[in-house]
Design a protein around this ligand. Structure first.
Ligand code: ISJ
Length: 420
């Protein structure tokens, strides 16, 4: 943690109702917007009343960054003077957060914005957060309209497409040799614009094109993830497990054929089963009951279709939201099975630091309610550059060419969001 616990500010938090439902993206400023949006509902925030940067750890799979985040949040929330006229999940003080995929990578962060606008279940609110000794933020200033991205130049990322396919082939060999069951291999590509990239332009396109996904912006990570790691309201916990993918078909007939192929594919069902088994195993010590359907359903997005299983559980008393996030991460959907061997293989073969890609991203309020997704279908946007990421679950039956095509389908989300 860069800010020592005793250096964290004391916060005065006020939540008041808004008469009209806000256009959440339109309220955001162009610089460092914070957002968590789905179907017009969610939270939009800006400014930094408090920022906690969490240190990297020595171990490949540590929970220290989550425990440090919990300790800082507890300290901030306990010391806050809160008046909340709404009392819904997401009203009152809220922290947005993004955690690195690998415990050893630096970059995990929590931000408590100075202003949050929220909308949920027909109710809208405005929250202001003022650190001690500072003035009220100006919430009346209108934001300038989102700017187009302009022409882009694309570069290979840490590996070329060919190099990545070779790394996938190497992973398949090691799986066939019995080293592990599944590993998720990811790649990156880089886009460079002429001027700065306005994250709100990307948010607006993502929210329009991927209404079933969670559109997010947290400290430069911008994307639309279909994968809900955890939603917590009171003691109820929900999660959406995804694993197993096909593209969408060009015609309804082809689309239905691809869906049928996905449902019947032994390879994809195996990948999915690893993800469900890992969810059950990690939730069991923290939750009193874990319910997941016997057979996965289908989640159809504009670019791909996934095998999907909604799971529900009841949190045991004393378990905190970030405890559960820490226990779940990395799921088999983004790491592999067994987890430790998969994380090590990712470090051996991927040739890049994932940063906050494939790590937990989301928000948490003062009562511990919150929504955390896995940062997929996203890019790290900084100035005029964007680094896009996509990964694929690799099992013994995987074909590197098919996985390359799948990663292209997943990269499409951010390629299109960046294209005017
Ligand atoms: C890793 C990604 O997606 C994950 C991998 C999937 C798969 O291999 O079938 C499906 C959904 C996600 O859990 C990504 O989008 O980058």
């Amino acid at each position: 943690m860069t800010a020592a616990l005793d250096e964290l500010p004391t916060l005065t938090v006020r939540t008041v109702p808004l008469d009209e439902a806000p256009d959440l993206i339109a309220r955001l400023p162009p610089t460092a917007p914070l957002a968590w949006l789905r179907r017009g509902e969610g939270l939009a925030g800006w400014g930094e009343a408090a920022r906690v940067e969490l240190a990297a750890e020595d171990r490949a799979r540590g929970t220290g960054r989550f425990a440090d985040a919990s300790a800082a949040l507890e300290r901030l929330m306990a010391g806050a003077d809160v008046s909340d006229e709404i009392g819904l999940p997401g009203s009152g003080p809220v922290a947005f957060g993004g955690f690195t995929f690998d415990a050893r990578s630096p970059g995990s962060v929590l931000v408590i914005p100075r202003v949050v606008v929220g909308h949920r279940g027909g109710r809208s609110w405005l929250t202001t957060v003022v650190p001690s000794g500072e003035g009220q933020p100006d919430v009346s200033a209108p934001a300038p309209p989102p700017a187009p991205v302009g022409p882009l130049v694309w570069h290979a990322g840490s590996r070329t497409a060919e190099e990545w396919a070779s790394a996938v082939a190497a992973a398949v060999e090691r799986i066939r040799a019995g080293e592990l069951d599944k590993v998720v291999m990811a790649r990156d590509v880089v886009a460079e614009a002429r001027g700065g990239i306005d994250p709100r332009t990307l948010l607006a396109r993502l929210a329009r094109d991927y209404p079933d996904c969670y559109t997010f912006a947290v400290d430069g990570m911008v994307g639309a993830t279909p994968e809900l790691l955890l939603r917590r309201e009171g003691d109820e916990v929900a999660s959406l497990v995804l694993a197993g993918t096909r593209p969408r078909g060009a015609t309804p007939k082809e689309d239905a054929r691809l869906a049928e192929e996905l449902r019947e594919s032994a390879k994809d069902r195996e990948e999915h089963r690893y993800a469900i088994d890992s969810l059950r195993a990690t939730l069991a010590p923290l939750c009193a009951s874990v319910e997941a359907p016997e057979r996965p359903g289908l989640l159809r997005l504009a670019n791909v279709q996934h095998l999907a299983s909604p799971a529900r559980a009841r949190l045991r008393p004393g378990a905190s939201t970030l405890d559960v996030v820490a226990a779940m991460h990395p799921t088999a959907a983004v790491g592999g099975t067994p987890t430790g061997a998969a994380v090590q293989m990712i470090r051996d073969l991927e040739g890049m630091d994932r940063g906050r890609y494939a790590g937990p991203v989301g928000w948490i309020d003062g009562a511990g309610n919150g929504e955390w997704g896995i940062a997929l279908r996203c890019a790290h946007v900084e100035g005029s550059g964007a680094r896009l990421f996509a990964g694929c679950g690799i099992v013994a039956g995987s074909d590197p060419a098919a996985e390359s095509a799948e990663s292209d389908s997943k990269l499409r989300v951010m390629r299109e969001a960046l294209t005017d």
